[in-house]
Design a protein around this ligand. Structure first.
Ligand SMILES: [Fe+2]
Ligand SMILES: [Fe+2]
Length: 472
């Protein structure tokens, strides 16, 4: 296994694809379908070329190469992190045994399902974001959007490789389905709810890359622990690419908050809408929406499926090796969110069945980090207003609180109270229309829209006014 990608092949890869002609042919016949999908469902803004990074090896240093690329010619490839020859299963009933080079028959259906669900989210986000290019606030942002898009396309390749290489005809059929389902489609929607929501404006895009892509990071983190070694190595490399997506979301929201704070201070007013910035209450509503729909992606608060995945070694915990316990959890208990006599509360359950809650709490802790940094921007500007994460029970459609309504502070509400209050907590049509009215494209080098601050750094050491994108 080499770490350097073979770019002489039709499909760049570091899995010695040329040694398996059947697999190579199968993937080469999927490739035109992928390119068709990219042309019809990928970025709609016509471009000549974009300053993109392409993975060239999976090593620690210098794994990427930057250059202007015509997007349909982007070299989507198959890259797995390096094999650790001594790697052993880190948790569950197979703990300590060598990891698996093949899919054990008894776990085949479950692994297939996990890979399909992960694979479905990757092209979904490209579809959700396809029209954003037309309203980009700068060429720098436009380039970042396209970088995220091509890499989500590559993540689809990563999952399709596993389906083709390890799951036979069923895997090939699922790979086709990944291109047939579409975000928001009435007859063949994407599998998970948040991936059928539209991403109509750039504030939504930054919130999506902060909150929803971050869910992806946590899901990949659990699959990286898998005893199925190829899945583990695939996810490990995907996580490297995700770091850039996280950066786009984190600094994107930073820059919106920074600009709003600036306009508030300069004009000594909270009412920045008249001044072309996004009011803090609107930012808070977008945050409430994206955080709550992203919490739903973690599934039910208790789950016997997930307990079984863990015991079988298919899916671990976030930072499994740093946990101070027996990594089997058969005798442990934990508290999970629950309705207790109809009220928001907690319930003790077997630790194994509470693993979704465990992951969701790790995620929520990470999200608090973002809110803290946005609040520091407000504090540094001398403003008293603060952003915050809504309560776990707020606006949930999945899990223990799906059947009740709660305010962002976690106060349980009647249906009437919710109807009266929700316009203060979630983006209204008026808010969305206002945000959309700001979304006018700034496609000139070195220029930026008035509702967002410029970034502190460019990409790969280039200045902000670099020609990141050449439009068609
Ligand atoms: Fe991804
Ligand atoms: Fe991502």
């Amino acid at each position: 296994m080499t770490t350097t990608a073979d770019y002489s092949e039709k499909i760049p890869n570091n899995v010695s694809l040329h040694e398996d002609r059947r697999l190579q042919r199968a993937l080469e016949s999927w490739q035109p379908n992928f390119l068709d999908w990219w042309r019809t469902m990928g970025p709609s803004l016509p471009t000549q070329d974009v300053y993109l990074r392409t993975a060239v090896n999976v090593g620690r240093e210098g794994w990427a190469q930057f250059g202007h690329v015509a997007m349909p010619d982007y070299r989507w490839g198959i890259f797995l992190a390096e094999r650790d020859p001594g790697r052993r299963v880190g948790f569950g009933e197979h703990k300590g045994e060598p990891v698996w080079d093949k899919v054990p028959g008894e776990y085949r259906a479950d692994l297939l399902r996990l890979i399909v669900i992960q694979g479905d989210t990757e092209p979904a986000s490209v579809e959700q974001q396809r029209n954003l290019g037309a309203t980009a606030p700068s060429l720098y942002d436009l380039r970042n959007l396209f970088q995220v898009n091509v890499e989500e396309g590559r993540h689809l390749w990563a999952m399709v490789y596993l389906l083709h290489a390890y799951f036979g005809r069923e895997g090939r059929e699922e790979a086709e389905e990944l291109l047939h389902r579409n975000s928001g489609s009435a007859d063949a929607p994407r599998i998970l709810g948040a991936f059928n929501e539209e991403t109509p404006d750039w504030l939504s895009f930054y919130m999506f890359t902060y909150f929803t892509d971050r869910d992806g990071k946590y899901q990949l983190g659990t699959l990286k622990e898998s005893a199925f070694d190829a899945l583990s190595r695939t996810c490990e490399f995907m996580l490297k690419e995700e770091a850039h997506h996280m950066m786009v979301g984190t600094t994107g929201v930073d820059r919106v908050v920074e600009r709003t704070a600036q306009v508030m201070v300069e004009n000594d007013t909270d009412d920045v809408a008249a001044l072309g910035a996004i009011p803090l209450p609107v930012i808070q509503k977008y945050l409430n929406f994206h955080y709550s729909v992203s919490l739903d992606l973690f599934g039910g608060d208790t789950s016997t499926n997930v307990a079984n995945y863990y015991t079988a070694g298919l899916k671990g915990r976030w930072s499994e090796d740093r946990r101070q316990d027996d990594h089997k959890l058969t005798d442990d208990a934990m508290m999970v969110d629950a309705l207790v006599d109809g009220e928001i509360g907690e319930l003790e359950v077997a630790a194994l069945t509470g693993l979704n809650t465990d992951l969701r709490r790790q995620y929520a802790g990470d999200c608090r980090g973002g809110v803290n940094r946005w609040n520091k921007i407000l504090a540094d500007a001398g403003l008293a207003h603060r952003l915050k994460l809504p309560h776990t029970a707020f606006n949930r459609k999945v899990g223990a609180f799906a059947g009740i309504e709660a305010s962002p502070d976690g106060e349980q509400l009647t249906a009437d109270e919710w109807e009266r209050g929700k316009g203060q907590w979630l983006p209204t049509d008026v808010d969305k229309t206002y945000v959309r009215s700001l979304m006018r494209p700034v496609h000139e080098r070195g220029k930026i829209a008035a509702w967002i601050a410029p970034p502190r750094n460019g990409i790969n050491g280039q200045p902000f006014d670099y020609d990141y994108v050449h439009l068609a």
